[in-house]
Ligand binder design. Structure first.
Ligand SMILES: CC(=O)CC(=O)SCCNC(=O)CCNC(=O)[C@H](O)C(C)(C)COP(=O)(O)OP(=O)(O)OC[C@H]1O[C@@H](n2cnc3c(N)ncnc32)[C@H](O)[C@@H]1OP(=O)(O)O
Ligand SMILES: NC(=O)C1=CN([C@@H]2O[C@H](COP(=O)(O)OP(=O)(O)OC[C@H]3O[C@@H](n4cnc5c(N)ncnc54)[C@H](OP(=O)(O)O)[C@@H]3O)[C@@H](O)[C@H]2O)C=CC1
Length: 283
């Protein structure tokens, strides 16, 4: 199936990034958010990143305006009627995602593929909320989307070969590298990354070292580009907690229990960079 028109649901950090790379690769993109302010903020962030690319000489001013012209805002899920592919990137919550997929299933054309950028939730269960489970798939981009090369492609139990091949080809068109993984909690990326981040939080919680020193150890000792607590703030502490909860519940193993300090920070609204405070203070 040939994909031309894409709709991205959720104009947060991931949704905006996904919309940007799709538009840069020539797709017509509708960026949707139920919150007008969030939608405008997402579009503004894209414009800012593209302007930075122009300043650096990595993109011409003309390419920037062509890219921006391929992006349109949407405040109505019914706009999915004009799309070949919908990529959902809202909060990491099964009820929220299944409700959106149920609605999208009514509005999107019969041939359209419905993809989720979920970090950890079962694609099989999201697919089961629709009448087209064979056309539902996980398309897990990494943050920051314009920079990171990987897209984890997750097949639900019901995902058809045709759907998988279309999404794999689309990922290539986005100049990203697809890696196919099975539908298990956290897939590969977050099954490995998130317990490390959670352990880094325990290290602070138990007073072994400060956040700065934990990050210093992992940057200087292991050559990680960001320390785990800087990375947790960057991902969003709410998202980190939701992923740990999915791992904990999905595997039923106490090794995945979320650190109480992570829970406390999320309850306080300290969500990391996006809220201005997490393990570090921003601006
Ligand atoms: C939670 C999940 O489900 C899955 C996930 O996504 S887990 C998170 C995965 N991501 C990571 O692990 C990121 C780890 N960090 C890194 O790789 C790097 O720190 C980084 C690429 C983010 C920044 O790199 P850096 O060398 O430290 O900083 P810097 O030199 O300022 O940036 C490098 C490039 O990235 C760009 N960049 C940095 N942050 C960016 C952002 N938020 N959005 C877009 N571009 C960004 C910069 O503009 C720069 O671009 P150019 O090369 O064109 O100049
Ligand atoms: N952060 C990361 O590093 C990565 C995240 N992901 C996944 O991408 C998805 C989005 O994450 P991210 O972009 O970081 O999160 P953000 O918090 O930046 O954005 C979340 C989006 O979800 C919307 N939203 C929140 N609650 C609801 C709701 N009840 N109904 C509909 N929409 C809602 C928000 O809208 P509003 O602004 O109006 O609240 C916002 O557009 C999650 O599934 C996450 O696991 C995947 C890879 C990496």
């Amino acid at each position: 199936m040939s994909i031309k028109n894409v709709m991205v649901i959720g104009a947060g950090q991931m949704g905006a990034g996904i919309a940007q790379v799709c538009a840069q690769s020539g797709f017509e993109v509708l960026l949707h958010d139920m919150n007008e302010e969030a939608l405008q903020k997402g579009l503004k962030n894209i414009e800012k990143l593209l302007a930075r690319n122009v300043e650096k000489g990595k993109m011409s001013a003309e390419d920037k305006s062509v890219t921006m012209n391929r992006l349109s805002p949407s405040s109505d899920l019914k706009d999915a009627a004009a799309c070949d592919l919908v990529i959902e990137a809202v909060v990491e919550n099964m009820d929220v995602k299944t409700n959106i997929f149920r609605e999208l299933d009514q509005y999107a054309p019969k041939h359209a593929i419905l993809a989720s950028n979920t970090s950890s939730l079962p694609i099989t269960e999201i697919a089961a909320a629709t009448d087209r489970p064979d056309q539902v798939i996980g398309m897990h981009f990494m943050n920051p989307v314009p920079i990171m090369k990987l897209v984890e492609i997750i097949r639900g139990l019901q995902t058809s070969e045709e759907t998988y091949e279309s999404i794999k080809a689309m990922t290539d068109e986005l100049n990203k590298t697809p890696v196919e993984v099975k539908d298990f909690p956290g897939f590969v990326s977050n099954r490995i990354l998130m317990p490390m981040i959670n352990e880094a939080i325990y290290t602070v919680y138990e007073g072994v070292a400060s956040p700065e020193d934990v990050d210093r150890v992992m940057k200087l000792g292991m050559n990680h580009p960001m320390g785990p607590l800087t990375l947790a703030d960057f991902i969003g502490l709410d998202t980190c907690l939701y992923i740990m909860e999915v791992l904990h519940e999905g595997f039923g193993d106490s090794k995945y229990r979320p650190c109480p300090l992570l829970r406390q920070y999320v309850k306080a609204g300290w969500l990391g960079k996006k809220s201005g405070r997490g393990f570090y203070q921003y601006n």
